[in-house]
Design a protein around this ligand. Sequence first.
Ligand code: LLP
Length: 431
Amino acid sequence: MPYDFKSNLNIKDDHLFIGDVDANKLAEEYKTPLYVIDEQKVRSNYQKLYNAFSSKYEDLHMCYAAKANTSLAVMKILEDEGSYIDAVSPGEIYTALLAGFTPDRIVFTGNNVTDEELLYAHQAGVMINLDSISALERLSKIEGTEGKEISIRVNPMVEAGHHEHCITGGPKSKFGIKEEEAVEVYQKAVELGFKPVGMHSHIGSEILESEPFMLAVETMMDIAGRVHKEAGIDFKFLDFGGGFGIPYEPTEDELDLEVFTTDIIKLFREKLEEHDLGSPAMYIEPGRFLVGNAEVLLTRVNTIKNSYRKFAGVDCGFGTLLRPTMYGSYHHIVVANNMNAEDVEEIDIAGNLCESGDLFARDRMMPELKEGDLLAILNAGAYAYSMASQYNSRPRPAEVMVNGDQVDVIRKREKYSDLFNGQQVPVRLLK
Ligand code: LLP
């Protein structure tokens, strides 16, 4: 079934509403470009996914992949919901601690980590999930790691994801250790004095079918089985990463959570039994699923240009939302001040940066656009603000959070002076 964006939006009198607030009022008051996140949507996404899994396997830890959206207020909401955190850098550990997550609710899965980063994670007291033999060896040299509980990331050789850049399993992936060396690496971890208690894998992002997940679970459970049998490891948790997709295009369908979780948990339980793995906790690491559809980016059309093609030019670019440029990603776009208008023509929606690739949409069927129209770019909650930059010396936008009829600024709009944070001009150049 194709995904009907309109029926999933809140529309009143031709206007788009976020919670109980008119998007047009938000744009007037807080200016554009503006990120608007709906608190209740984050909460309901969390509950939906959590309940779907935990109703079938109780010992479930949902570790929010913070990289999707690191706004402190968002992290705080997920903390309140009972989430755990998947952190990929000391900065994300720091953010999670600041948002109130206790260290036992944080799993650190870094890639190509330095000794300093390992030390930081160790001192912070979070679970460290090691991505290479090098990191394992280097962690063992840090004082006080004797007897430490750790986890290891394995590449289950399953490839999935919406774009080549977002595939994290398989032969080309830089993540994890080879599956055939898993037993050896766990044995080595024990020799180095660690207590390995977890195994991790993550195959990719924005996956809307269950087959790759099923394959990854099956492969990882078989690897865990071998490691249990041959290296004598008793697992406290098995972490299957994230990747749960959401519809971005009207042609896409939602993941059927009920069927999906039923199949996954059935397989998980069968494999636990087959390999005599006991009843470890199941960890998952959703990012996009929790926040992706909870936020929109409001941007105003300032220029209609009939060049060799027709363009609607807006007041932000790929520094504000990178996904269309970086991955060619489709983001559905609606006219927040004219929600009931019919689509009448194909148009390019272009950003304000000096690069030809700065387009939010090419040949998109839209209502007739006018200068002053307010566009809402949907599904801008995941990998959106967290990937924003100041390219072209354009300060990053503000972000507000709506809860019913309540609105709070959760990120102030940057000022021109913020473009120089941390910069210094050598004194000899000052005249
Ligand atoms: N766990 C690990 C180890 C990850 O690397 C990721 C995402 C996740 C969990 C969460 O994946 P999710 O549930 O959000 O799919 N910037 C790209 C996505 C990159 C994902 C990186 N890793 C995009 O905009 O599509």
